[in-house]
Design a protein around this ligand. Structure first.
Ligand SMILES: [Zn+2]
Length: 135
């Protein structure tokens, strides 16, 4: 047989090419992943979906988790386009959930600042008692 990388002739029972070191198609040698697998892995965005569900907005976050969970299943069944679509939807819903959590948080922060400022104005230290001017 011949080495697929450098074309050097090697004996059939060799587990790697003695010319370039390329592992050969041998049961003992570690196998490369199938060439039929999709080239780039699809991001499932599950982490973002879970984080936004916990910290931001539960209903939209759950929608994001549902789509994120579909990504790996569709990738495994070879539906690369479907996996990409589910990944995109998971990202979109995570973002929606994030905004839904962010807007009340920003409003709350603004109200807190207004409250602190108003409280600071209202709670001026009382004027010190007038010293002995009643003689
Ligand atoms: Zn070789």
């Amino acid at each position: 047989m011949f080495c697929p990388k450098c074309g050097q002739e090697v004996s059939g029972d060799a587990d790697k090419c003695y010319s370039c070191g390329e592992p050969l198609n041998n049961p003992q040698a570690p196998r490369q992943p199938d060439a039929g697998a999709p080239a780039e892995p699809v991001q499932n965005n599950l982490v973002w979906a879970i984080l936004t569900t916990i910290f931001c907005c539960l209903p939209f976050g759950i929608v994001a988790i549902v789509y994120a969970a579909q990504v790996d299943g569709k990738t495994a069944s070879g539906d690369h386009a479907g996996a990409l679509e589910a990944s995109k939807k998971a990202k979109t819903w995570s973002f929606v959930a994030f905004l839904c959590g962010l807007i009340p948080m920003v409003l709350y922060a603004i109200l807190m600042i207004i409250g602190l400022v108003a409280g600071a104005i209202a709670e001026q230290p009382p004027a010190p008692p007038a010293p002995f001017n009643n003689f």
